[in-house]
Design a protein around this ligand. Structure first.
Ligand SMILES: Cc1cc2nc3c(=O)[nH]c(=O)nc-3n(C[C@H](O)[C@H](O)[C@H](O)COP(=O)(O)O)c2cc1C
Length: 299
């Protein structure tokens, strides 16, 4: 789906004391892992949100519809705080999630189906409530970008939806520990993060296997002739924008490594403002049932 044309998104609120709550913009809560569920919440230094999060170990997020009714909630536990010059990233692990996207009977049937099908070889199996936490996390659109990297001769190109801006100067990308993608980022220490339009979804999804592939000749990928200005990395065809990022450091959380990168240069190609993102199938079905207008491709 195109995040730029996605109507009636759920709003995410941080539950504060005395039944007050604070709206968290979509780019201020970043999904960074799903085993365990990892969510980063951004807070400006000395903001009231910063002061609140700094002294809490557990917080709650409410996902509210247009009528301001809470349709899902996540309970999170803080495990890390990372600061840069402008903002702080509080890292939380998912403890529990509840949602009302399905009736009780569909909830039970879907869980049974998931248990029977998701444990196939190679798939990440999300046990009990963790699966519900992941559904809730994908009830707000998660932007899918491409990572392009090159060692000067050979390249790789793979999708990422676990990433986001960390203030104006930094960026975070989360990659599965042990994958080739993570190894390549650690070795080359430079990447392009590339915004893609919604109609490129089939090509972008087809690149998911490259997380496990070695670097390959550039002819294996659909790159345009244009290259990035400083790194001279190949830019994918149909790219909407790209940023050149340099690796600073990383931390491990569960099955993912979080890579902290410095933004070196950003370029946008103005002719196309569409941006690819995705939501969970169960939330998409809930929208359909509620007749919330939605334009999306179904995988
Ligand atoms: C749209 C999309 C986004 C993805 N984003 C990430 C990501 O941010 N981090 C990551 O480690 N893997 C990411 N992956 C890769 C998958 O988690 C998985 O490793 C990949 O699909 C290969 O799995 P398979 O060997 O079971 O096919 C993404 C895959 C797709 C299709």
């Amino acid at each position: 789906m195109d995040i730029e044309n996605f109507g009636s998104p759920l709003k995410v609120f941080l539950r504060l004391h005395n039944s007050h709550s604070e709206l968290i913009n979509h780019d201020e809560q970043i999904l960074l892992g799903y085993k365990p569920l990892v969510i980063g919440i951004i807070a400006a230094h000395s903001s009231s949100r910063y002061k609140y999060l700094d002294v809490r170990s557990n917080v709650n997020l409410d996902f509210k519809d247009e009528m301001n009714k809470s349709v899902a909630a996540l309970e999170l536990k803080k495990f890390e705080k990372v600061e840069n010059e402008s903002v702080c990233l509080f890292l939380f692990e998912g403890m529990h999630g509840d949602h009302s996207f399905q009736s009780a009977i569909y909830f039970i049937m879907n869980n049974m189906k998931y248990r029977l099908t998701a444990n196939r070889k190679g798939n990440v199996y999300l046990k009990s409530n963790l699966y519900q936490q992941v559904i809730i996390s994908y009830s707000v659109p998660r932007v899918i970008s491409l990572v392009s990297l090159s060692d000067g001769k050979l390249s790789n190109l793979f999708p990422t939806d676990l990433n986001g801006n960390f203030g104006k100067e930094n960026y975070i990308v989360s990659l599965r520990i042990g994958g080739n993608a993570a190894k390549q980022v650690e070795e080359i220490k430079k990447i392009l993060i590339v915004g893609m339009p919604a109609d490129s979804c089939s090509y972008v999804y087809s690149l998911s296997k490259n997380h496990m592939h070695d670097l390959a000749d550039e002819n294996n990928f659909r790159f345009k002739s244009k290259r990035s200005v400083n790194f001279d990395f190949p830019v994918p065809e149909n790219a909407v924008s790209y940023s050149e990022l340099e690796l600073i450091n990383s931390i491990e959380t569960g099955m993912h490594s979080l890579y902290f990168l410095k933004i070196i240069h950003t370029e946008s190609f103005k002719q196309n403002s569409s941006k690819l993102a995705h939501i969970h199938r169960i939330y998409a079905e809930w929208r359909k049932k509620k007749s919330v207008h939605s334009d999306f491709y179904i995988r």
